[in-house]
Write a protein that binds this ligand. Sequence first.
Ligand SMILES: Cc1cc2nc3c(=O)[nH]c(=O)nc-3n(C[C@H](O)[C@H](O)[C@H](O)COP(=O)(O)OP(=O)(O)OC[C@H]3O[C@@H](n4cnc5c(N)ncnc54)[C@H](O)[C@@H]3O)c2cc1C
Length: 388
Amino acid sequence: MTPAPEIPPPADHTAVIQLLDRVIAQTVAPAAVTVDRESTFPAASVQALAEAGLGGLLMPPSLGGRGTSTATYAEALSRIAAACGSTSTVYMTQMHCAHPIHLQGRPDQHEAWIPAICRGTAIGAIALTEPEAGSDVASMRTTARREGDSYVINGEKTFISNGDVADVIVLFATVDPSLGKDGITAFLVDTARTEGLEVGRPMKKLGQKGASTVTLGFQECRIPADARLGAEGEGYPLLLRSVTKSRISAAAQGIGFAQGAFDATVHYCAERDLLSSRTRSAQDIQFELARLRAEIAAGRSMLKEVCDLVDASGEDPTAEVSMVKMHCTTLGVRVASACVELLGDDGDRDDIGAERRLRDGKITEIYDGTNQVQSMLVARDIRLSVTP
Ligand SMILES: Cc1cc2nc3c(=O)[nH]c(=O)nc-3n(C[C@H](O)[C@H](O)[C@H](O)COP(=O)(O)OP(=O)(O)OC[C@H]3O[C@@H](n4cnc5c(N)ncnc54)[C@H](O)[C@@H]3O)c2cc1C
């Protein structure tokens, strides 16, 4: 891996994390079990984070954000994930929507949406995936046909986080399927003003049950031409830049789920005096916890290093981002699974918390580009970097 330059933590980092921990303790963590059991959208938790000024960490202060480093964002997201997986997905999706608007939007598009997303008064979504275009996103079939001052959208998106509650959707569609990725163009869909948008029912899922995931159907949906984000054909590079941040988010969630499962297990063991006991079986547990703690610390360091690299490099370091996505999401599942095992039969109980992190974590290995696809990107980078 390319060595990351030394970047000292910005002065704001500690203040952000301390404030965040307070909001998590007061609102996010207490609601997490109910959000999971009842599959309720974690509106109060997302709103509490936004009201504390933590809704748009990566956005500039001039647009209502905090202008933090990527490392601070990732640390914050991992802590939210440790407390409540559903809240973390809604929260990161807000950023995944604001980020491309910030990168490619006009000033009036920035003003229209980014401050509201940061304040939590608008919910955002990002729509790339289609029933027949997931990993191979360039084969998307949703079309945008220009008609005078409008574009007419037709097609279907699937697995869209926040899709049923979104005020604004960053939509990727093609203006000409024969152009392949060069036809992909981004649009801002204002859901309140778009007729013909069909929103599916929230899917029943393994984990992150409060974070809604829906299909979106577009049938002759007319949106104004000035809702285009950037020029026609500029969608694909924007999409690639967007996934850099969303893969960092998935990696941060992986660390969070590992930490959440670990903390729940330590709490359980402490209550039963297993952390200080010298019996052989208690020591086995202590050593396993020590191993898991080291694994989480190593993953967290890797995440920090890649975040610093993202901020320092003008270009997005694809292979490093893929490696950290792959590594940290797998770590999340591995650690949560080890915690469930360590707890024995009690690992299966939903009031202890390890099984929730295991369920919440599994999908991080799949979304934002499956880990097999990340392996492919890393392997390609190895090939390119080896001189014959
Ligand atoms: C809870 C949830 C939330 C999501 N949120 C969003 C969202 O907000 N917005 C959005 O646009 N999408 C979202 N997604 C979609 C998600 O990003 C995609 O599902 C994911 O990228 C994988 O795409 P796919 O399901 O089409 O899998 P496919 O691409 O169909 O892959 C199927 C299998 O084939 C493998 N495979 C595919 N291509 C290759 C290859 N070239 N080499 C080796 N193996 C390969 C994959 O690894 C996988 O195992 C979400 C998904 C979920 C489950």
